[in-house]
Design a protein. Structure first.
Lengths: 104, 514
């Protein structure tokens, strides 16, 4: 048995000698979701920003119009709080999962 | 005399058709390392066996300048023939004619041969090489695809359906292969995706090459959409012929039997599995130690490698193998390996192929990644597939069979017909280390020397539970056997299961967790 690719994997307190899959080695560490972090759910372009830093918002309030897939998508506030930071401006192209607005 | 002239005329017409899109287009095809449609058909089928139909079909589209376009055979070749004596129906899209695009008549030819295949109960081989829908024919192209998908579904489980991706297969077109049983891909030639790189760039701003998005490797290693990988078309044709020789021509008959060959004696079955249950080995060596001629035709070798599936022969008959692979990810069950096993089990069940399961796994892969990917839903597919299968199911527990993994891997409880266990089998709720830490937690934490106590308790657990005899005492294992007896006992079990007849309760169909 060639040993060069063999690694270790622990299942139920037992250490196994085996090869690890690319998927397993490449998995991202889990980070709990911050409820006040408004992330882009799809790559697209920022059309309009409807709030400003410091403003108070309620859950469900409209925050940003994000154009993607030929639709003007309305990004709404997930929580009630104060806008602490806006990281984008109108015309910006965003990728999926970008932090657009932070609410405290 | 007039007949002679007519015959000459026919030959001339045929010659023209055989050129497809013309010399220039053929050269372009060859430059990409691709064969022409007819070359592919002739390479797969037995020499002289090909009977072509609808060679003279033409389109009658009139929009967008189509009336001026002459498309030989409307860009697809259909016919029947034999592969190593087995009758098959076949179609091959002709990329040299309008990019092999699908229009109404093109699709009618394909559905015609699909109807023949189902009626005559013979396998269907589809060679995909097409730019997609013929935009000029509009909705007729969509209708064409729809009619193909419907037939793929209706024929599913009745006749084997094989898709060979020898060019682009994009957009809606790619759903036909997805609905078939086995997909063959070739390096640098196969391309499969729903939306291509250009669209992805425009709409989503993400950049990726065609090969990285949906090339042969991607579908063999990442998506699990493909089953067989070849470096060139010739290798692919060999794989297709091998597969056809192993599977039955329809679900009403068994696969053709072959002369019985003994396994290669260089596979010493007693020397393959290490005594230490945490050390790996290649389970394919065990498979080869028991199959006829040590032949094993592996399926999806590059994806979910912790599960091995494929066909071998035992006693001359085709058998489907499902085996945990300790060499990869300790042979755990996870999302992808569950999908891989479940689909293959159902394939064997649909086509009267007995299933031999080799068990050696520590359980399911733990982790947030797996849980959020739906290991619950996917894992359930294996339980469903084994329970529902009524073909002979034989199980050999080689080493570890812990917890849920023991149940899922063709246990007696899922109605395996015969369950054998090797003497080193450990059939238990979990491994000794894990179990001792839970059951004897109090004793260990309150002991003077916890490490020593733990070591003792692990030994105790190992002694009492990490063996096949507790399960054997309940009849959950039919027989504890020596590894060297494995092939003989499986051959016997297969022989007496040959006419197995089990009925499921009447229902339209169950609801496997898709």
């Amino acid at each position: 048995m060639e040993n060069k690719e063999l690694d270790k994997l622990i299942i139920d307190d037992t250490l196994y000698t085996t090869r690890l899959s690319a998927r397993y080695k490449g998995k991202k560490p889990y980070a709990p979701v911050d409820p006040g972090a408004v992330m882009s759910f799809i790559p697209g372009t920022i059309v309009t920003i409807l709030v400003s830093e410091g403003a108070s918002v309620n859950a469900g309030d409209e925050l940003i119009v994000l154009e993607a897939m030929k639709m003007k998508n309305m990004v709404k506030s997930p929580v009630t709080g104060k806008i602490s930071k806006i990281n984008v401006k109108s015309g910006d192209r965003v990728t999926k999962g970008m932090l657009l607005i932070e609410i405290r | 005399m007039a007949l002679e002239k007519k015959i000459r005329e026919l030959k001339e017409k045929r010659e023209k058709m055989l050129l497809g899109g013309g010399e220039e287009a053929i050269e372009k095809q060859k430059a990409m390392g691709k064969n022409t449609a007819r070359e592919r058909i002739l390479a797969i089928l037995d020499e002289g066996s090909f009977s072509e139909y609808d060679m003279f079909v033409t389109h009658d589209a009139r929009d967008f300048g189509m009336e001026k376009k002459h498309l030989p055979s409307d860009g697809v070749i259909i016919g029947t023939g034999t592969v190593q004596g087995n009758p098959v129906a076949i179609f091959a899209q002709d990329f040299t004619v309008a990019g092999g695009s699908l229009g109404l008549m093109h699709s009618r030819k394909i559905t015609k041969i699909m109807d023949h295949a189902l009626k005559m109960r013979i396998p269907l081989i589809g060679i995909n090489d097409s730019g997609g829908a013929r935009i000029q024919e509009g909705v007729n192209s969509l209708a064409g695809y729809g009619e193909i998908f419907f037939r793929n579904t209706i024929s599913s489980g009745v006749i084997p359906q094989i898709s060979v991706i020898l060019g682009p297969c994009a957009g809606g077109a790619v759903y036909s292969p997805a609905l078939t049983d086995f997909v063959f891909v070739v390096e640098n030639i196969s391309k499969m995706f729903i939306t291509g790189p250009e669209v992805i760039k425009t709409v989503l701003g993400e950049e990726i090459s065609m090969e990285d998005l949906g090339g042969a490797r991607v579908h063999c290693e990442v998506t699990g959409n493909a089953h067989f990988y070849a470096v060139n078309e010739e290798e692919c044709f060999g794989q297709i012929k091998k597969l056809i020789s192993l599977i039955p021509r329809n679900n009403g008959v068994k696969a053709q039997a072959c002369e019985v060959k003994a396994p290669d004696p260089s596979y010493d079955i007693e020397k393959i599995v290490p005594g230490d249950p945490t050390l790996p080995y290649d389970v394919k060596d065990v498979i080869r130690a028991i199959t006829d001629g040590s032949d094993f035709f592996e399926i999806q070798a590059m994806w979910a490698k912790n599960m091995v599936i494929g066909f071998g022969r035992m006693g001359g008959h085709t058998v489907g193998f499902v085996a945990n692979q300790p060499l990869e990810m300790a042979g755990v069950l996870d999302v992808d390996s569950s999908d891989k096993a479940a689909r293959f089990i159902r394939y064997c069940d649909a086509f009267n192929i007995p299933i031999v399961t080799l068990v050696d796994l520590p359980g399911y892969l733990p982790g947030i990644d797996q849980e959020h990917a739906g290991v619950i839903r996917h894992g359930a597919k294996v339980l469903y597939a084994y329970s529902e299968a009524t073909v002979p199911k034989l199980t050999v527990i080689l080493r570890k069979a812990y917890g849920g993994g023991y149940i899922a891997m063709s246990s007696r409880h899922l109605r395996a017909d015969f369950v054998f266990a090797w003497p080193a089998a450990e059939i238990a709720v979990m491994g000794p280390e894990g179990a001792a830490n839970i059951i004897f937690r109090k004793e260990i934490t309150t002991a003077e020397n916890p490490d020593e106590m733990r070591r003792q308790k692990v030994e105790e657990y190992k002694e009492k539970f990490a063996n096949p005899y507790v399960a054997a005492s309940r009849g959950y294992v039919d027989s504890v056997i020596e590894p060297s007896e494995t092939r003989k006992l499986l051959l016997h079990a297969l022989e007496i299961s040959a006419d197995k007849d089990v009925q499921m309760p009447q229902k339209k169909h169950g609801l496997p967790p898709f």
